[in-house]
Design a binder for this molecule. Structure first.
Ligand SMILES: [Zn+2]
Length: 562
């Protein structure tokens, strides 16, 4: 006898055997027993969750010679024919291949005839969302005035694609994904009957990869058994056959992320490919482990609806305290994008490499960052009195023309400090600062640090700490001036100056004298005096007090000075 695939061999024949859908099977069973039978049903839900199986049991329950009965006998000729798919009164159509108007018209013609040997004529339309709109319209006419003996069962994975006019005329049932634990229990039952020798972890792994589809898990089992002649199934057999990444490999990758080891991560990706593992599968597996880590961090492992392998629990315990939740979320989002891009790329390995490096790029502990920023803010605050003083001493005042340009002012002029004598100015200026901080915190905080003075009845002079601060304020000058006009008067405006500003040196000439050995004389004769032109050195931003503190706090260095 030819091998019958497990999903068919163990297909449930009564409602009570349908796995994980008791909320549906119980209702259908009761409806039949109470003879409340509708003319149209819509079964929706992920694939492999029992929609077609339930439709067949429903058909049997209706047409059973001893029925209609909540539990079909499975022995009468009607039941047997339906099980074998040979009943002329139960018509199974595939929406994908019977989607056109002609097929539906033929169906409508057929509907008029009474069933040949049963009580009901039952149409099961699988993948019903594939039916075209004109065909749906034709079907609608039948659903509006269905003959007494007709029952339609539409099954679909995409109920949102069924027109409302159709679905509103159906009794709707939503099939849910089957939980990993339910699938495991089913695998356990079947493997016992089949006398397979299967490890517990192998069952878990098979169930995990099925994504809530019992049929998929049984197909996997079929596949594994065909590779295991002695009917022994280990965790490693399942991993190998499904091409799953070893957990050690995932664990190693996570270590590289935590250690920000770019070289290590690239080498690791190379090894995964060399060992013949599928990179896309690896990213999927990695994402799944990190997702579970999120659940573990929230203390809601059970919500993942998964059973974990013992080695997975070890991995989760190892990493749960080494990641912050925001960081995990960020990495997961990047892996999502990565998987999406890998799908369409002609070089999925490159995509993964780039995303891996991107993940490393900004792995910063947010809490650490906040603490450091607080420290910087504190130290800047306590040091502000000193910097005010030095700002006053070294302040330079710009001419009006310079205000709008981005070149810091260089004209020397000492504004008269009126701040102290004018409490009204202080109040107004603080109001302005508060508004700016709300709108543009970066500019606002710089202005807070700046020395502000009413240098003339229509001028407020700001003495800023450096060119960096100057540039930020200039960029926001329009907003500042608008507020100043509102709080003071139409004629008042702001003049920006920089308290410490080094003039950039012109092109430097550097004379290099070389010690030439006699042998070099011939070739190097005219190199005795070499004049090199060098780029003007960049302005030394490290003299900026605030910047210096930030650099110290983060042990940073200037990479680019814009
Ligand atoms: Zn029967």
């Amino acid at each position: 006898m030819s091998y019958l695939v497990l999903s068919r061999k163990y297909r449930p024949q009564i409602f009570d055997d349908v796995l994980g859908q008791i909320h549906i099977t119980q209702v259908l069973k009761n409806a039949i027993e109470e003879k409340r039978i509708g003319h149209a049903y819509l079964f929706s839900g992920p694939r492999g969750t029992g929609k077609t199986t339930t439709a067949r049991i429903f058909a049997k329950a209706l047409n059973c010679a001893k029925g209609p009965a909540g539990t079909p006998c499975n022995e009468c000729i009607n039941c047997k024919e339906i099980t074998d798919g040979t009943s002329i009164d139960v018509i199974e159509l595939d929406g994908a291949s019977n989607r056109g108007i002609d097929e539906i018209r033929a169906l409508r013609e057929n509907v008029r005839f009474t069933p040949a040997s049963s009580k009901y004529k039952i149409y099961v339309i699988d993948e019903a969302h594939q039916i075209t709109d004109p065909a749906f319209n034709a079907l609608l006419k039948t659903l509006e005035e269905p003959p007494e003996h007709i029952v339609f069962i539409l099954a679909t994975t995409e109920p949102q694609k069924i027109p409302l006019t159709i679905s509103s005329r159906c009794q709707r049932f939503r099939f849910r994904p089957i939980s990993t634990n339910e699938i495991i229990s089913q695998i356990e039952k079947i493997t016992k009957l089949e006398k397979f020798n299967i490890e517990k972890d192998a069952m878990t792994l098979t169930a995990q990869t099925a994504n809530g589809s019992l049929r998929d898990s049984l197909s996997t089992l079929d596949q594994i058994v065909s590779f295991s002649p002695d009917k022994t199934i280990t965790r490693d057999t399942v991993r190998t056959i499904l091409g799953l990444s070893p957990l050690e490999s995932i664990s190693a990758y996570i270590e590289f992320i935590l250690n920000k080891d770019g070289k290590g991560i690239l080498k690791h990706i190379y090894q995964i490919t060399e060992e013949g593992y599928d990179l896309t599968q690896f990213v999927h597996d990695l994402r799944e482990q990190l997702r579970r880590l999120v659940f573990t961090k929230y203390g809601s492992e059970n919500l993942a609806a998964d059973a974990y392998l013992s080695e997975e629990i070890k991995l989760l315990n190892k990493y749960k305290d080494r990641f912050e939740i925001p960081e995990l979320i960020r990495v997961l989002q990047m892996l999502n994008h990565c998987i999406e891009e890998m799908r369409w790329s002609d070089n999925s390995r490159l995509v993964f490499e780039l995303y891996s490096l991107k993940i490393l790029e900004s792995t910063v502990n947010i809490q650490e960052l906040i603490t450091k920023l607080d420290k910087v803010a504190d130290s800047r605050h306590s040091g502000s009195a000193d910097s005010r003083h030095s700002a006053e001493v070294g302040s330079v005042r710009g001419s009006e023309d310079n205000v709008a340009s981005t070149t810091p002012a260089t004209v020397q002029a000492q504004p008269k400090p009126i701040l102290q004598e004018n409490p009204d100015f202080k109040t107004k200026w603080e109001l302005i600062l508060n508004e700016i901080i709300k709108k543009k915190p970066s500019a606002g905080h710089i202005l807070q640090e700046a020395q502000a003075q009413m240098s003339s009845p229509t001028e407020i002079t700001l003495s800023l700490q450096g060119t960096f601060q100057y540039d930020i304020v200039i960029k926001n000058l329009q907003m500042v001036n608008e507020l100043v006009k509102r709080h003071f008067n139409e004629k008042t405006k702001v003049i920006c100056t920089v308290s410490q500003k080094k003039l950039q040196p012109d092109v430097q000439e550097v004379v290099v004298e070389e010690d030439l050995t006699p042998a070099d004389d011939a070739r190097g004769a005219d190199k005795d005096n070499v004049v090199l032109e060098t780029e003007p050195p960049e302005e030394d931003v490290t003299t900026d007090a605030g910047l210096k503190k930030i650099m110290e706090s983060f042990s940073g260095k200037i990479v680019k000075n814009k």
